[in-house]
Design a protein around this ligand. Structure first.
Ligand SMILES: [Zn+2]
Length: 233
């Protein structure tokens, strides 16, 4: 076995581990992120408050209409009850009644507006509540898929740790240290395979002599351009 082959295999395990851990990290963040849910909950709260406000104004408008109707009834019973005989008083009562009735129609218009506003608020609340129900069921199924994936990736991490241990065992300590250092410096790729007579990491041509030394069982050969360990099979 060439000196580079052991490192190349180790790197294959390490790269799988990197990908697995990156995906686990994304899942963790998705499961922890509830900003969408919070936004919908805020909308429901706002719609509830608006609905309560609209209901309250409607009740007030209804009460105002009723009390105006009572005032008119009282004034009319004085007018027709036969207790008032003075023509001036009778005339005053009649004009009071006319004024009360004019204001009644204003109050009735306000009641109608309040009724429409209450209906609009009610519809908005129902809309927000069904958006919440929909989001909760969607999140429920998305989350259970992610939780399943998380469990199988965690098993994969355990398996890769065992594989890594086995792959690292046969490699001399100085080579492992060199590998770790290059992996940090070269964005996770310390060992580059020679394919089509070039370094697969940087694309630089690799001479036949260098390829020969990359197959050596004792020494490690570096790419003349990127400095990575060359592996040729
Ligand atoms: Zn290279």
């Amino acid at each position: 076995m060439s000196a580079a082959l052991g490192l190349f295999r180790l790197q294959q395990v390490d790269r799988q581990m990197d990908q697995t851990l990156a995906r686990l990290n994304v899942i963790q963040q998705t499961l922890g992120n509830d900003s969408e849910l919070r936004a919908v909950l805020d909308q429901v709260e706002a719609a509830k408050a608006e609905d309560a406000r609209a209901e309250k104004s409607l009740r007030e408008a209804e009460a105002a209409v009723q009390s105006q109707q009572v005032k008119i009834e009282q004034a009319e019973s004085s007018l027709y009850g036969g207790r008032v005989h003075n023509p001036k008083e009778l005339q005053d009562l009649q004009s009071d009644i006319a004024a009360l009735k004019r204001f009644l129609s204003t109050l009735e218009e306000r009641q109608l507006e309040s009724m429409l506003a209450a209906e609009t608020a009610q519809a908005a609340l129902q809309h927000a509540e069904s958006a919440l129900t929909e989001l909760q069921s969607r999140r429920g199924s998305e989350h259970s898929l992610l939780i399943g994936e998380q469990a199988s990736l965690s098993k994969k991490v355990e398996r890769l740790q065992v594989e890594r241990q086995a792959a690292a065992n046969d490699i001399p300590a100085p080579s492992r240290e060199l590998y770790e250092r290059l992996r940090q410096q070269r964005r996770g790729i310390a060992v580059a395979e020679v394919t089509d007579n070039t370094c697969s990491a940087c694309g630089t041509p690799v001479t036949a002599a260098l390829q020969q030394s990359a197959r050596s069982t004792t020494q490690i050969t570096h790419c003349s351009s990127c400095g990575r360990i060359l592996y040729a099979n």
